[in-house]
Design a protein around this ligand. Structure first.
Ligand SMILES: C[S@@+](CC[C@H](N)C(=O)[O-])C[C@H]1O[C@@H](n2cnc3c(N)ncnc32)[C@H](O)[C@@H]1O
Length: 270
């Protein structure tokens, strides 16, 4: 069993990992992330205390499934490309997707998270690299070859960055690569103000900073950026597979504009 001592933003990935594991163990699994289920069995931690109720698991799985879909679309159109999976946590996207031999895939997260990843998951195929760093300092990106189009996937990351850090990261990526897409979710400023209601964040002792009120705030980072999609987390497909209580909550959230804007999945191109 792996003992862990994660706190702050790093510890929030325990909640998403647990959500995916619970989903994988359910007869009506959405994501089928059996590696997540195996992983929690090897971590010495009381997962009942990560702030993720079993009912939330399906929504975590739906979010990941949505990003898997955008990833698959990009890889189908660009068999030779680079994928930067930022703030990967213990997410097993590279194994779920199984990218082709023309894809260079980088899983990036803080060193203590990567340490756990290395212990619990296989090394992966040639072209797969794990980078143990915060995404905010510039140096790590300089080591990534800039010759291919890039897909940046950042699920559950942007809200942990400060606005200047997030904008600088986007700018640096756009200037580094010839073109590509960035897919990520972001909370609205109101969502950031309401962070006390976000149990996994509170339990982890993490702080949320960057709120985004619409795609224009993102495309303004660089003249090459344009928005392809901005989808409310409540409007993605698959909520018919979640429990009744959640379906009712989502139904209400969809009727309230401020709720629909609270968590948005963006797909930007450059
Ligand atoms: C809510 S978890 C999401 C993990 C994973 N993407 C998922 O969906 O399961 C947030 C992740 O972002 C990572 N993170 C937050 N700030 C970061 C930073 N500045 N650099 C690298 N990773 C960061 C945390 O360590 C954590 O793994």
């Amino acid at each position: 069993m792996e003992k862990i001592r994660l706190t702050g933003a790093q510890a929030t990935m325990l909640a998403t990992l647990y959500g995916k594991a619970v989903d994988a163990g359910s007869p009506r699994s959405i994501l089928h992330d059996t590696m997540a289920l195996d992983a929690i069995g090897k971590i010495d931690h009381d997962f009942s205390k990560v702030g993720m109720k079993p009912g939330d698991a399906a929504t975590v799985a739906l979010r990941s499934l949505h990003f898997d879909g955008w990833t698959r679309e990009f890889l189908a159109a660009h068999p030779s490309c680079t994928v930067l999976h930022l703030g990967c946590g213990m997410d097993t996207r590279v194994f779920r997707i199984g990218p082709g031999s023309g894809v260079r895939w980088y899983d990036v997260d803080y060193p203590d998270v990567i340490d756990l990843r290395r212990k619990l998951y296989p090394a992966g195929r040639p072209g797969y690299e794990i980078v143990a760093t915060s995404v905010t300092p510039p140096g790590w990106l300089d080591r990534v070859p800039a010759d291919l189009p890039v897909l940046v996937v950042a699920e559950g990351l942007t809200m942990y960055l400060r606005e200047e850090e997030g904008r600088e990261l986007l700018r640096r990526i756009v200037e580094h690569f010839p073109g590509g897409q960035l897919v990520f979710d972001a909370f609205s400023r109101r969502g950031i103000r309401m962070q006390r209601m976000n149990k996994p964040v509170q339990v982890a002792g993490a702080r949320l900073h960057w709120g985004v009120d619409g795609a224009a705030e993102l495309t303004s980072v660089h003249p090459r950026l344009r928005c392809l999609d901005a989808v409310s987390a409540f409007d993605i497909g698959g909520y018919d597979q979640v429990g009744l209580r959640y379906r009712a909550l989502v139904g209400v959230a969809r009727m309230l504009p401020f709720m629909r804007r609270m968590a948005v999945m963006y797909r930007l191109a450059f």
